[in-house]
Design a binder for this molecule. Structure first.
Ligand SMILES: Nc1ncnc2c1ncn2[C@@H]1O[C@H](COP(=O)(O)OP(=O)(O)OP(=O)(O)O)[C@@H](O)[C@H]1O
Ligand SMILES: [Mg+2]
Length: 301
């Protein structure tokens, strides 16, 4: 098969591993930088060019679209879908999962467990917003944050009010969330392919840190997950419409709670922690499922 990897940088660990896994299994891998692509949108023959050449003959595309290029990256993926190429994750599902508010609303509609979460843009009553989520301690998150930056634990009501005021003064959209103390500075990353969790790791924050992000000094290890955690992760990916996803769970007294569903989950941490050939499993999934015109939405809404 000819498999396109939509990635800005062929030297990234995940991209390199996917190329390797394609080649090991006798496929041709082509790395495509979405930002360099230009497209012809017309009613009979959509096409995509890059560096003066037409990108054709692909059997599947693996989108690895970074958060900063979601808009254009998804447009390029949508163009491939219009040409009938099989995407591992569809553009519609990626766009959906990148909108944190929308994702949480969809998960709650399907009764997937999640921390009690409040959203606000310009609340006129911060006290009431805090009451809505059960009062301090709360975790306050900047919607645009990543790698743990912009995630603050406010242990008292006073602290929560000042942090919320400060963030709102910067005109940021925020999420105010029930603090899951019993998670004890750890979260579980479940790597979902199709309808299975194929690998899982526990990320534990550094001593005294409630955030488990590896970028904040956390460490990852292999973990056995419960059947309920497995079901929750698979259901969360399904609700988002993602065939490959990284689902982050917090272990709480009332069961697993979904924090986030990631549409381009990194391979380095999970392969190192579990020793599994996750890249190979993604390619194997493509071998079983990729067929022309198999996109469910073909980029429709
Ligand atoms: N409600 C919560 N209760 C307990 N711990 C939390 C809660 N929310 C987040 N954490 C901890 O903080 C870490 C960072 O939070 P989160 O994953 O939401 O933000 P991020 O990593 O900056 O964003 P993203 O995952 O979207 O890149 C989590 O991995 C988790 O360990
Ligand atoms: Mg995170």
């Amino acid at each position: 098969m000819k498999i396109g990897i939509l990635s800005r940088n062929s030297k990234l660990y995940s991209t390199r591993r996917l190329i390797e896994a394609c080649e090991q299994r006798g496929h041709q891998a082509v790395v495509i930088d979405a930002l360099r692509c230009y497209m012809n949108i017309n009613s009979d023959q959509p096409s995509i060019h890059s560096k003066g050449e037409s990108l054709e003959g692909f059997d599947a595309i693996i989108p690895r679209i970074g958060a900063s290029v979601t808009f254009y990256g998804c447009a390029v993926l949508r163009q491939f879908e219009m040409m009938g190429v099989y995407p591992v994750n569809e553009s519609v599902a990626i766009t959906r999962s990148r909108d944190k508010l929308r994702s949480m609303q969809l998960l709650s509609r399907r009764k997937v467990g999640m921390p009690i979460t409040g959203f606000a843009s310009k609340p006129d009553d911060i006290k009431d917003l805090l009451d809505m989520v059960g009062g301090a301690p709360v975790v306050i998150k900047l919607l645009e944050g990543t790698q743990g930056i912009g995630v603050v634990l406010a242990e008292t009501r006073k602290a929560a009010e000042s942090v919320i005021e400060a963030f709102l003064g910067l005109r940021a959209n925020i999420m105010v969330q029930e603090f899951i103390k019993e998670a004890d500075g750890a979260d579980i990353r479940c790597f979902v392919i199709g309808d299975k969790v194929i690998a899982a790791m526990k990320r534990q924050g550094a001593e005294g840190e409630f955030r488990s992000n590896l970028h904040r000094g956390g460490s990852a290890s292999l973990v056995r997950i419960t059947p309920e955690e497995r079901r929750t992760a698979v259901e969360a990916a399904k609700v988002m419409g993602l065939r490959v996803a990284g689902v982050d769970l917090l272990r709480s007294h009332r069961g697993p709670l979904v924090m986030e569903v990631n549409s381009s989950p990194g391979l380095e941490g999970i392969e190192a922690a579990t020793g599994k050939d996750v890249a190979g499993m993604i390619i194997e999934y493509i071998e079983k499922n990729a067929k022309p015109q198999r996109t469910r939405t073909r980029g429709k809404g």
